[in-house]
Design a protein around this ligand. Structure first.
Ligand SMILES: C[S@@+](CC[C@H](N)C(=O)[O-])C[C@H]1O[C@@H](n2cnc3c(N)ncnc32)[C@H](O)[C@@H]1O
Length: 231
């Protein structure tokens, strides 16, 4: 598969996920094209879903160059300490994210794997990932979802925006074009509903919903971890 020919940084080599060291320098130009210009609107939906009106520790998984991570940081109340972490397996992505972070105390980026997050249990109030789960095979999807459960505090919430079962013809065209362009079986998995299956086979099995759908093939998944005393 062509993806294996791309150079991968040492941490990226430890995952079977589709990592993007090679695309990092162009990523901020390519991402708006891939979403047909709807990237900012979609990011706003994710930020709104996270309800960041109170101080919260937030984790962005598969953060790429950190555009949404910075937006999440800026959406948090400015009069309280903020901790927002972005992780990505591609060290080239993280290098760019760190460069673009500017002066934002508490905004951190780390090269790390979603399926083996370098954080202790119950470290975050919120987690998010956008356009990331279609880079993981089914087993990694389940592992990454279990990791999100582990690092979230009781009562914590996560928002995941990703390719899902298309619900319009145009959406099906977009989703399948992505699959044929990148020859990425993980995209076909999402189109066939395997991200939903992964959620069902993870600790989130009865704790997730789809509050909104977008562009004919994307779903915004909402995951809510119960408070400790909830059965
Ligand atoms: C399409 S980009 C999404 C970036 C960003 N979230 C956005 O919305 O633009 C997917 C990212 O997932 C990263 N990735 C792939 N497998 C990973 C893994 N196992 N752990 C962490 N990141 C991974 C890739 O390196 C890539 O930067």
């Amino acid at each position: 598969m062509a993806k294996r020919l791309h150079p991968r940084s040492p941490i990226a080599q430890r995952t079977a996920g589709i990592t993007l060291d090679h695309a990092a320098p162009l990523y901020d130009w390519l991402a708006p094209l891939m979403t047909l210009g709807s990237e900012h609107r979609l990011h706003r939906r994710v930020v709104a879903r996270l309800a960041l009106d109170r101080p919260a520790d937030v984790l962005d998984i598969g953060c790429g160059t950190g555009a949404l991570t910075r937006q999440v940081y800026d959406a948090l109340p400015a009069n309280a300490p903020r901790r927002v972490c972005g992780v990505d397996a591609a060290e080239a992505m993280i290098a760019i994210a760190q460069k673009k972070a500017g002066h934002r105390p508490g905004l951190e980026f780390a090269a790390a794997l979603a399926e083996d997050l370098p954080y202790s249990d119950a470290s975050f109030d919120r987690a998010l990932s956008t356009f990331f789960f279609h880079h993981l095979n089914y087993d990694l999807k389940v592992k990454a979802l279990a990791e999100i459960w582990r690092v979230l505090r009781p009562g914590g919430q996560a928002a995941i925006l990703d390719v899902d079962i298309p619900y319009t013809r145009f959406g099906a065209l977009c989703a399948w074009s992505g699959y044929f362009l990148f020859r990425q079986p993980e995209i076909a998995e999402n189109i066939h509903g395997r991200l939903r299956d992964a959620l069902q086979n993870s600790p989130w099995h009865d704790r997730w919903s789809i509050p909104s759908r977008h562009s004919g093939y994307l779903s915004l998944f909402s995951l809510v971890k119960p408070q400790e005393n909830t059965p």
